[in-house]
Design a protein around this ligand. Structure first.
Ligand code: NAD
Ligand code: DAU
Length: 350
């Protein structure tokens, strides 16, 4: 068995990555290290939590002593690092948390990997999962490539940019075997309902206003989360040492057009009159420093590693809506706060 550490596995994307690795690699023992912040939800992994090649570890990536002990004990051969503070709006309200987790936490993991591997890098890999937001904002045309200059605007994107630089610095300075990917906006099941799509689904269901920032003209490039998990799998196993890969859906939507599409799907699913959910759209104060447009050129990943997105957006969004409607209990546990008691029930009382 190879011991592989996945950080942030109780979050949205991390839970899909943990599930995929457990399913595809029975010869890996997956250690999911997560602090269980408000964004971490062990219910995301209820279907796999009893597998014999899965271990959940509650812990903080910024705790250097703890992380060092963990590496010493389990001798991880690979790290897939997703743990982060991930919400732009929260970073505007409280930037410090983002520096601590995203920058310091990443460096703690780099140090522990370096110490554990001690120059023996054969078969080892540190994979840092990052975001397209490090590239800043596009005008009406053009795409982010792997060569686009970093130009982050929010405390979140600046902290992710900083962590990307540290990961590259450990490769260039110490020869640490690393790979980085920068992905566009994900959507799909188990997405925490403070992000646009799950928030809108939940509000539409409950006949609450759908808050649209500014004029709703900002553009995001949406990728189905399971396609991102496939990309992470492919890059982890076949990406070139020291390289960066952009991941994206070639699927740009203005926020307001996306919300219109979502409202129409929800009207159909909830058997409401056509147009009823659109009545809930409410324009609110814009996000400070709101990037206008993100769009990823993922041709390197497609050309070199043969990855491509599997779903059209309309199909993926419909599938996503179906998942939320069929999993009301998941949403209720979050809105009531019950999901935060799950760890005590499942792990500490055993
Ligand atoms: P998320 O907020 O849903 O999950 C983050 C997870 O990290 C949570 O389970 C949380 O408990 C855990 N965590 C936070 N601080 C921690 C700490 N100090 N120690 C240990 N665990 C901690 O985030 P997500 O949307 O799943 O994003 C995962 C990664 O992918 C992030 O690095 C993010 O920057 C990146 N990313 C996200 C998107 C997106 O659209 N969501 C797109 C591109 C890249
Ligand atoms: O591009 C990748 C990034 O995508 C990731 O790195 C981040 O971790 C992830 O959270 C996401 O960031 P965004 O800021 O793009 O996602 P969010 O869902 O918060 O917002 C999507 C767009 O919708 C953005 O233009 C802001 C807008 N918005 C968001 C919310 C929460 C609204 O109009 N209303 C809202 O209530």
């Amino acid at each position: 068995m190879k011991n592989i550490l996945i950080t942030g596995g109780a979050g949205f994307i991390g839970s899909h990555v943990v599930r995929r690795f457990l399913k595809n690699y029975p010869d890996y023992h997956i250690f999911n290290l997560d602090k269980l912040t408000y964004a971490g939800n062990l219910a995301n992994l209820r279907d796999v939590e009893n597998l014999s090649n899965y271990t959940f570890v509650k812990g903080d990536i910024t705790d250097a002593d703890f992380i060092q002990r963990l590496f010493k004990k389990h001798q991880f051969e690979g790290v897939v690092h997703l743990a982060a503070e991930s919400h732009v709006d929260r970073s505007i309200a409280n930037p410090m948390e983002f520096i601590t987790t995203n920058v310091v936490g990443t460096v703690v993991l780099l140090n522990a990997s370096r110490e554990c591997w001690n120059g023996n890098y054969e078969g080892k890999r540190f994979y840092h999962v990052s975001t397209d937001e490090v590239y800043g904002s596009l005008g009406d045309t053009g795409y982010f490539t792997e060569e686009t200059r970093y130009d982050p605007h929010s405390p979140y994107s600046a902290s992710k940019a900083s962590s990307d630089h540290m990961v590259r610095a450990y490769h260039d300075t110490y020869g640490l075997p690393i790979v980085i990917s920068n992905c566009s906006n994900n959507y799909g099941s188990h997405h925490f309902p403070e992000k646009l799509i799950p928030l809108a689904i939940n509000n539409i269901q409950n006949n609450k206003p759908i808050p649209v920032y500014g004029k709703g003209e900002n553009i995001r490039d949406w990728l189905f989360v399971e396609d991102h998990a496939v990309a992470i799998d492919v890059i982890y196993h076949f990406g070139k040492n020291g390289d960066t890969y952009n991941v994206g859906g070639h699927n740009e939507w203005k926020n307001i057009d996306l919300i219109h599409l979502l409202c129409d799907i929800m009207d159909r699913k909830l058997k409401r009159n056509p147009g009823a959910s659109r009545e809930l759209i409410t324009y609110v104060k814009d996000r400070a420093g709101h990037d206008l447009r993100y769009a990823i050129d993922s041709s390197k990943l497609q050309r070199e590693l043969g990855w491509k997105p599997s779903l059209q957006f309309e199909e993926g969004l419909e599938k996503t809506v179906d998942w939320y409607l069929a999993n009301q209990a998941w949403m209720d546990e979050i809105t009531t706060g019950d999901y935060q008691n799950y760890y005590e029930k499942q792990y500490q009382l055993r």
